[in-house]
Design a protein around this ligand. Structure first.
Ligand code: INI
Length: 153
């Protein structure tokens, strides 16, 4: 048996982070977590590009351009859709997840889903540096692991 897995070593990797401004009090925390994870695992500051978009709905369109540009090894998507905030929750959360999911399959590089979809503000706060960790940091770890794994295929 041969086991294949990606190491958590970001040396030399070029990363794009797409972050939505809606619910910025949460998404800025996700961004901090993602940058902390990337930098602490060897990704150089100069090799990280951060792209802001208005809301989670816009993330897939931006990622679509980024994967075609082929300037990065992975794209990390960060956003926060909170049910209490809008009757459009299902549409925004659903379209964002569907678009990112489709891109993650078609893209030649890993596309990582770090969009929170929660029922309450408290749940979003818990997952962006609160008691449930930071999903931005987790997304950064997933990105590094997947890049290193895909390189082996
Ligand atoms: N965008 C989010 O990222 N999170 C939300 O919770 C949200 N709510 O509540 O509506 C939201 N809406 C904006 C949406 O993403 C688009 O920016 C907007 O519809 C314009 O296309």
């Amino acid at each position: 048996m041969i086991k294949h897995e990606g190491k958590l070593n970001g040396d030399g990797l070029k990363m794009a982070v797409v972050v939505s401004r809606f619910n910025g009090f949460v998404t800025e925390k996700l961004l901090s977590g993602a940058l902390d994870g990337l930098l602490r695992h060897g990704v150089a500051d100069d090799n990280i590009d951060v792209y802001y978009c208005p809301g989670a709905f816009e993330i897939p369109a931006l990622v679509n351009k980024l994967v075609d540009a082929k300037k990065h090894d992975a794209v990390i998507c960060l956003g926060a859709v909170i049910r209490g905030e809008t009757p459009h929750f299902d549409y925004v959360a659903g379209e964002s997840a569907k678009g990112i999911g489709q891109l993650s399959i078609r893209a030649s590089m890993p596309v990582i889903y770090g969009v929170l979809t929660t029922d309450t503000v408290d749940q979003a706060v818990d997952r962006s540096g609160g008691k449930s960790g930071n999903k931005g940091f987790d997304a950064a770890m997933t990105a590094i692991e997947m890049v290193n794994l895909v390189k082996k295929l």
